[in-house]
Design a protein around this ligand. Sequence first.
Ligand code: CAO
Length: 453
Amino acid sequence: MAMIEVKVPDIGDFTDVAVIELLVKVGERVKAEQSLVTVESDKASMEIPCSHAGVVRALRVALGDKVNIGSVLLELEAEGALESAAAAAAVPAVAAPAALVAVPVAAAPAPAQAAQQPSAPVPAPSTAPAAAPTPATAALPHASPSVRKFARELGVPLAEVSGSGLKGRITLADVQAFSRAVMAGQQHTLAGRAALAGSGAGGGSASGSELGLIPWPKVDFAKFGPIERKELGRIKKISAANLLRNAVMIPAVTNHDDADITELEAFRVATNREHEKSGVKVTMLAFLIKACVAALKKFPDFNSSLDGDALIVKNYWHIGFAADTPNGLMVPVLKNADQKGVLQISLEMAELAKKARDGKLSPAEMSGATFTISSLGGIGGRYFTPIINAPEVAILGVCKSQMSPVWNGEAFVPRLLLPLSLTWDHRVIDGAAAARFNAYLGQILADFRRVLL
Ligand code: CAO
């Protein structure tokens, strides 16, 4: 065991770079090449890996500190055969700048270049693990914890990403490039390819060429006027990947319809008046959840998921509802909606929507949905085409109700109409069933007593 100071290696033309992430804690056992800190200049961010395995005894930098080549990052009680004299002056061998943010991938120093840079102001000890080739384990892709976390958040399968870092290390930029290529249809994940092949929608090569798509247009927008680049937030990135998969892989069709909610709205207003003091506020969405459960029970295929050639029909009714939050779209799930009354549903929905807006939803509160409702009723619009939330097979979009003239056989009468947009997976459902589902839903909303039947 020997105490060594781990210093910032030669990181190229970067001076006074800020420490933006501390990836290890005092007392933590680290492996050789494990990332210690992330530093960021105005152009790039990179992780600095450890040259030795050992235990972190002291952190010598804090978040926001500016560091340069040779700055001491931490004190490490190094493990393994280290000459103590050499160890005292040990500086980690250079690792390739691991991640570039906000600059094109191509701008990242190539791994070969990085490897050729002088490794450190003082020679690394001959035993420095970072300088020794690390055999790549086939089972575990070589990437830092933060890159793994980032990949997990995006749903990027790390095993399918080629690493451009030192010794094949997968960098943040590699994950970003992979995700971009999948989003642009230039590449598929193995799962995506299998599903495309299974669904008959494509299959074969990973280039995306099987979809017959031309490359995504590359435009230098700045040539046409002033621009601003805004990175997508975490939630938006996750939704984007999911939405793209669902839009591409599901042969979806949307049926639009109107439901007459004149009486139901009067009942809703009266209910709210009655419960004014209790703090419960009932919106049309709570009635819709209940009405959808009744329709799902009558048409069970809408409450199912595809599993290869089989349909898994669920005998539970958990309804997801899209919630607009400052961070992007979230879908909390109201569990066992069949066992709850409209007041209870309203209460739970308000709690879940608040948690969603505060970014406090747990994974359990976002999973298990059997059907989703996306309501834009509080905002406006007439109809839209919601994207199915896989592996569900249908989603109901709802817009703002509007008083409209309706012909009753003798005269036009004013009725409050609720626009419904039902998107369904054509592999599971056909147009006639969808039209029946909407018609039945409309009947329930027109006369809510039918829920009891
Ligand atoms: N027609 C007319 N008015 C409606 C309505 C409808 N279909 N639905 C709701 N309203 C009214 C409510 O009664 C309420 O009126 P008051 O303020 O006068 O009481 C107002 O609109 C606001 O309702 P709300 O949005 O707060 O409540 P909600 O239960 O209808 O919806 C929630 C809750 C969380 C789903 C909603 O706030 C939300 O986030 N909606 C956006 C969902 C979304 O983004 N979908 C798109 C997904 S695809 O990108």
